[in-house]
Design a protein around this ligand. Structure first.
Ligand code: GDP
Ligand code: IMO
Ligand code: MG
Length: 436
């Protein structure tokens, strides 16, 4: 089988919001299929084209390209009301995806009691994760506990109440007197009403993708969240409830590893995190504040301010190894313009005068990490919109050279602004021919 383009995965390497949406949109025009494979409407992927901004939560970020077929894979959890709103918003702006959308019959539905449980927990006294409050964790929990509801179940309306009942009742018991959920029959009735316009899009996405792959059609896999939020390889328990790393791609599409050729890992030229949990390179000072303001680091989904810090190469090296990253999509370099110096975390003090790059498995140990920061001279010239390597300030080049060496991975794409045209495929990288 020969492919003109590599089947390509775009995965987040830090704590999310790296700019996956921008990169997916940028390359999606070349691909026939774009597939989301995990996460739900906790994701917020921003695409900016000609000054117009689109925030996509569950619809794949290839939506803006008329030739792009959009697939929602089996590993995704879906809020159908939000999904319909997304389709409507896109349509209002002239983008009708109805002839090029397929959603897996195996994908799970986020239900009102999932959202209620998520919010109840976050308001309680137990460990606060700082979730998006969208019911993501409980939806995946109920999936694993075999109490979930899948899109395919909607074909059997009479069975819905029975499928949902146990999970619903367990949540009602747990929430006790604070439970203000509607009765089960109302939830089912609402669900059927909300799902009605979605029904035509439900089908066998595994078969669709397999056929596409066999025909040599290129597939672009769009990750949501990121490596440090991965349920197994992230900063547990301060993580999301799916595998956002490479393994989740295969489980969440039903395709084999052979159906993937290249992996781009997306990271910012600094680091951000939204929600609770360890963040060794966090800057709680004026520099962190400046990065937040210049980078407009406020959540696409919840509007929460994002915590900001230096680029952490130990984390990036871990993420690149975990995902087998071929090249970095390095985003938002322009946000660092004008800083007198730029820090790079190369590892953590090992307590014996040396540096370790091994990441702990336990969140409590993460809090003990003492980052070792190497400082680089900043640059005064603007990098905003730069599209050629030779136009980058020398100081920025020096920073990027150190960053790639410490991350053990070359750059494939450098982003210098939110718009499609702001940035460039790194000369000699595999993305150069993809984007040519
Ligand atoms: P995602 O969740 O990984 O898709 O990222 P988000 O969309 O949540 O957040 C990334 C934000 O940075 C969005 O507002 C993008 O428009 C913006 N962005 C992406 N690349 C760049 C860049 O190179 N420079 C600047 N200044 N903004 C960027
Ligand atoms: P994208 O795809 C940034 C974070 C939440 C919280 C934790 C668990 O836009 O990069 P959840 O609601 O998933 O149970 O919350 O994960 N989180 C994200 N942070 N970007 C995201 O998605 C996120 N999705 C979840 O803030 O800390
Ligand atoms: Mg986001």
């Amino acid at each position: 089988m020969s492919h003109l383009l590599p089947n390509l995965a775009i995965l987040g390497l830090q704590w999310g919001d790296e700019g996956k949406g921008k990169l997916v949109d940028l390359v999606a025009g070349k691909f026939r299929n774009v597939v989301r494979f995990q996460g739900g409407n906790n994701a917020g992927h921003t695409v900016v084209v000609d000054g117009q901004s689109f925030a996509l939560h569950q619809v794949p970020s290839g939506a803006l390209h008329a030739g792009c077929f959009l697939v929602v894979g089996s590993g995704v959890v879906l809020n159908l009301e939000v999904f319909k709103q997304e389709l409507d918003h896109l349509k209002e702006r002239g983008i009708d995806v109805s002839s090029r959308l397929l959603m897996s019959e195996k994908a799970h539905i986020i239900l009102p009691h999932h959202i209620a449980l998520d919010r109840w927990r976050e308001g309680g006294t137990s460990v606060k994760i700082g979730t998006t409050g969208r019911g993501i964790g409980p939806a995946y929990e109920m999936k694993a506990a075999r109490m979930g509801l899948r899109l395919g179940d909607l074909k059997l309306p009479d069975c819905l109440a029975d499928r949902i009942r146990q999970g619903y009742e367990e949540v009602c018991i747990r929430l006790g007197s604070t439970c203000d959920l509607p009765p089960l029959d109302v939830i089912v009735k609402d669900l059927l009403r909300i799902a009605e316009p979605i029904l035509p899009f439900i089908g066998n996405t595994q078969e669709h993708l397999f056929d596409a792959w066999k025909k040599g059609e290129s597939i672009l896999y769009e990750g949501a969240q990121a490596t440090l939020l991965d349920i197994d390889h992230g900063t547990y328990p301060f993580v999301t409830s799916s595998n956002c790393t490479l393994g989740g791609l295969f489980a969440g599409t039903g395709l084999p590893p052979k159906a993937l050729d290249k992996i781009v890992g997306v990271g910012k030229a600094y680091t951000t995190r939204v929600g609770e949990g360890p963040f060794p390179s966090e800057l709680k000072d004026a520099t962190g504040q400046r990065i937040r303001e210049v980078g407009r680091e406020f959540g696409t989904t919840t509007g929460r301010p994002r915590r900001c810090g230096w680029f952490d190469a130990a984390i990036m090296a871990h993420a690149c190894r975990t995902n087998g990253v071929d090249g970095l999509g390095l985003m938002k370099l322009d946000v660092l313009d004008g800083l007198p110096e730029v820090g790079l975390v190369t590892g953590y003090a090992d307590g014996e005068g040396g540096v370790t790059r091994t990441l702990p498995s336990c969140a409590a140990d993460w809090d003990q990490l003492k980052p070792v920061v190497k400082y680089f001279k900043g640059w005064t010239d603007s990098t905003r919109g730069v599209t050629e390597l030779s136009r980058l300030p020398l100081e920025a080049r020096a920073y990027l050279d150190a960053l790639t060496e410490a991350s053990e991975t070359p750059i494939a794409y450098l982003s210098t602004g939110p718009e499609r045209h702001e940035g460039f495929a790194w000369p000699g990288s595999f993305l150069e021919s993809v984007l040519a």
